[in-house]
Design a protein. Structure first.
Length: 345
């Protein structure tokens, strides 16, 4: 039983560590924010090691020294209280807690002030996806936060339903996203890349599938994104099939989804304006080939492929309807952007 549990736990950790070929390593911080968090972690770890050694050492010493020896009868002498010892074991933990408090307060002060020139982005958690709004730029995107390398970012984190937590392990977080509360979080990405993100607060049936990406791109790609996204006009519809896709989208999907520059202006689900530029589908669950392979299944029956998804299934859509909608979505693109080759973290 024990052996089997250990094997299971081991396998679980192994899969977690190598999921999607990404290694989430909180001890290899990629931003000043995470270096601050790691600094605290190391202090706490040393104190914890010290406390463990003292406590376990004292326990082993006591058990060995006062063990029952042959020929001993009845209760050994009982000792009640030891003032000197009790003062020590109160004073030492007090000092440890004060030191950790001081260091934490120092980190909080350092991290709480977003630089004045930071770009503001409103991050809103929904069951089970993320909305990213750039109020100063007039841009909105979902599930993929696109930022330029080397520039400070000021996130304002909140939620519309339950408590979520914004966590891009190699960059920033975890930060709770709480309904009705706006919390500042700022960081400066240092390396271009496609960074893995995950909601880190149990928030319902599809919590584990509430993921996202932070795409840290060159200034040139970012400027291109902003220029294309600001006054986005969907590219001309390629053929009759795509045209049919647009019509079907407006009939079935526009009540929940926005596509900038069209009649679709729904606000319940993710903004799909630049779906063609996405690297993922299903709030960061599928990427690469899987993303394209699963789009039709998603449109037909989203909760069937992502249990708990709040997007309804569309049993009434015929196969060719679904294909037409998929082709319409894949065509919604800002030209000249390529996020597929970013290194993965
Ligand atoms: C009742 C509202 C609603 C309707 C109608 C709706 N959706 Fe959705 N859609 C959602 C929600 C909510 C999500 C987020 C689900 C999740 O990831 O948990 C979503 C997610 C998506 C996504 C994935 C976005 C991403 O970044 O992962 C696509 C693509 C999509 N919808 C397409 C469609 C299409 C096509 C239709 C019409 C056939 C449609 N939706 C109709 C609510 C809706
Ligand atoms: Cu969540």
């Amino acid at each position: 039983m024990l052996a089997r549990s250990l094997v299971l736990v081991g396998l679980g950790l192994f899969t977690l560590a190598f999921a999607e070929g990404r290694v989430i390593n909180i001890l290899d911080p990629g931003t000043a924010y995470n270096r601050e968090v790691s600094r605290l972690l190391v202090w706490v770890m040393w104190f914890a090691a010290f406390v463990s050694i003292v406590v376990i050492g004292a326990l082993i010493y006591t058990v060995v020294k006062f063990r029952k020896r042959p020929g001993q009868e009845g209760e050994p002498p009982q000792i009640h209280g030891n003032d000197r010892l009790e003062v020590w074991w109160t004073a030492i933990p007090l000092v440890i807690v004060l030191v950790i408090f001081g260091l934490t307060a120092q980190s909080l002060v350092r991290l709480s002030k977003p630089p004045l020139d930071a770009m503001k982005i409103e991050v809103t958690g929904h069951q089970f996806w993320w909305d990213f709004n750039y109020p100063e730029l007039g841009i909105r995107n979902s599930n993929e936060l696109i930022v330029p390398v080397g520039k400070p970012v000021h996130l304002v984190v909140t939620s519309v339903d339950v408590i979520h937590s914004f966590w891009a392990a190699s960059l920033v977080g975890k930060q709770d996203a709480i309904p009705g509360v706006k919390i500042n979080l700022s960081f400066t990405p240092e390396k271009e890349g496609n960074y893995y993100g995950q909601c880190a607060e149990l928030c319902g049936a599809s919590h584990s599938n509430m993921r996202f990406r932070v795409l840290v791109v060159s200034q040139e790609q970012f400027d291109r994104f902003v220029a294309g996204a600001k006054n986005f006009q969907p590219p001309a519809l390629a053929d009759a099939n795509t045209q049919k896709g647009e019509t079907l989208f407006q009939q079935n999907c526009a009540s929940c989804h926005t596509v900038k520059g069209t009649a679709s202006q729904g606000k319940i689900g993710p903004d799909l304006s630049f779906y063609g530029n996405r690297t993922t589908l299903g709030s960061g669950i599928w990427e690469g080939k899987d993303k394209d392979a699963l789009l039709e299944a998603w449109i037909r029956n989203s909760p069937g492929v992502k249990p708990g998804s709040k997007m309804p299934p569309f049993p009434g859509l015929k196969d060719e309807d679904v294909k037409a909608i998929a082709s319409y979505l894949n065509g919604l693109k800002i030209e000249g952007l390529d996020f597929s080759k970013l290194p993965k973290f």
